[in-house]
Write a protein that binds this ligand. Structure first.
Ligand SMILES: Nc1ncnc2c1ncn2[C@@H]1O[C@H](COP(=O)(O)OP(=O)(O)OP(=O)(O)O)[C@@H](O)[C@H]1O
Ligand SMILES: O=C(O)c1ccc[n+]([C@@H]2O[C@H](COP(=O)([O-])O)[C@@H](O)[C@H]2O)c1
Length: 211
């Protein structure tokens, strides 16, 4: 695995997968491998976010999430970065404005699962994101219909690239977005957190008479 910034080479097509990664899991890897193939990308960088502005709970410490992501990734074209900490940004529009300014020769694509397209119109300056970089959306179990009916999808219907042309996405001028189906993976960070919390919960006290 490379350091995220090493993939920001002039002329490279780089997908950015923002997320809490609390914890990172096989679904993130699967999405990244599919995005490399389906959107014609040279690399994918996971942007581990300090905090999702729409999530109430605070995530685990950045160092813990970064280390877990590095442990999980075993792919030469997928890397992880904490650059949002350095930039002092938590809104994606701000992060992308900064990155496109700092690395004008890199062709960035914003990547996300279909769950994020459903609520994309609640993100800060979301239209700016679509105007700055191509957006690649990968179907997450059960969310295809809701994503394609979402407000953002309807408003930007004319900018939708058909899935059959998806490999061109990483080199296109925004606004353009593409929705592709991928084989299902139902894993999620919240489900994994529940399992861990269950394992860590103290055993229920044994009542007298029980064995
Ligand atoms: N199993 C999965 N299949 C496809 N995309 C996924 C999957 N899990 C996460 N993603 C996508 O990866 C990105 C980062 O996700 P995130 O770090 O929030 O993980 P999560 O599993 O969605 O977390 P949580 O369950 O806490 O919401 C998001 O764009 C999300 O849509
Ligand atoms: O910019 C926003 O308003 C915004 C609102 C919700 C989520 N995001 C970003 O979307 C990415 C996915 O977030 P999450 O927590 O669902 O993994 C992550 O990079 C967040 O910073 C961004």
């Amino acid at each position: 695995m490379e350091d995220g910034r090493a993939l920001f080479r002039p002329g490279a097509r780089v997908g950015l997968l923002g997320g809490s990664f609390d914890p990172p899991h096989e679904g993130h890897l699967h999405l990244s491998c599919e995005a490399l193939k389906r959107f014609g990308l040279d690399g994918v960088v996971w942007l581990v976010s300090p905090a999702n502005p729409l999530k109430a709970h605070a995530p685990a410490a950045m160092a813990v999430r970064l280390a877990a992501a590095k442990d999980l990734i075993d792919h030469p074209r997928i890397a992880v970065s904490d650059i949002e900490v350095e930039l002092g940004t938590c809104y994606t529009a701000e992060t992308l404005a900064a990155l496109t300014g700092m690395f004008p020769q890199v062709a960035f694509t914003w990547l996300m699962g279909a769950d994020n397209l459903v609520q994309f119109d609640r993100w800060e300056d979301w239209q700016q994101i679509l105007d700055l970089v191509p957006v690649g959306v990968l179907a997450r179990p059960g969310l295809r219909g809701a994503a394609l009916r979402s407000r953002a999808a309807r408003i930007y219907a004319a900018a939708r690239l058909p899935a059959r042309d998806s490999r061109a996405l990483g080199g296109m001028r925004p606004p353009v977005w593409c929705f592709v189906n991928m084989p299902m993976r139902s894993v999620s960070s919240s489900a994994l957190r529940q399992v861990t919390a269950g394992e860590e919960a103290p055993d229920a006290p044994v009542k007298q008479g029980e064995t």
